[in-house]
Design a protein around this ligand. Structure first.
Ligand code: MG
Length: 203
């Protein structure tokens, strides 16, 4: 990594890739359906005809299985690849994901297949400490992009000099996602986000 260059740190699920849509296709093959009425993954999985969401533990098993394989066929979010390509012309790019351990290889293949061959860092829990450590490798301006408020808040705490941006890729999730746009500007369209991030790292 260039110690003088700007840096963009970017999440995968529901940012670069349409996680919810891919997971929905996966659980459908197991006989379940997704009903998106809140921002809570495991409370959105239902057996057809049931008005009670699937048992959380069962949902977690499906989630773990999805990450071991099918996740590598997830659809790319429109505009994401073009934006990373634009960032890479003037900044280092690092992918920071909270995939479970079995997700590392499928995730790496997914990134390469989609032309996003950037360094991949697997994190667990809130991302502040990891972002602070990666950001410390450059004296240039740093931007961080994620869909989840706990990660954005954690970065604000641990690395306040990093510009934070929120994007929620799935249109159905957007109305349910928690935001604080005055602290973490939110752009749900990649073209808008691309412009805002470039402005931030050119300072
Ligand atoms: Mg995410």
């Amino acid at each position: 990594m260039d110690p003088e260059a700007p840096l963009v740190i970017v999440d995968v699920d529901e940012v670069l890739g349409l996680f919810m849509r891919g997971f929905e296709t996966f659980i459908a093959r197991h006989g379940y359906e997704m009903r998106i009425t809140r921002f809570a993954l495991f409370q959105s999985i239902f057996e057809p005809g049931s008005d009670q969401h699937l048992d959380i533990a069962r949902g977690r098993v499906l989630f773990e299985a999805y990450f071991a394989g099918d996740v590598e066929h997830m659809e790319l979010t429109p505009g994401a690849a073009a934006a990373l390509e634009a960032f890479a012309l003037e900044a280092s790019v690092v992918i920071l994901t909270n995939a479970p351990p079995q997700g590392r290889d499928p995730r790496t293949r997914w990134l390469i297949r989609n032309g996003l061959d950037f360094p991949l860092v697997i994190n667990s829990g809130p991302k502040g400490a990891s972002v602070a450590a990666i950001a410390a490798k450059t004296r240039g301006p740093v931007a961080f992009i994620d869909d989840l408020m706990p990660n954005l808040e954690s970065v604000a705490e641990a690395a306040p000099h990093v510009s934070r941006f929120q994007l929620v890729a799935d249109e159905r999730l957007r109305p349910h996602a928690h935001s604080a746009p005055e602290r973490h500007p939110r752009y749900d369209d990649w073209a808008d986000l691309q412009a805002a991030v470039l402005e931030a790292i050119r300072r």
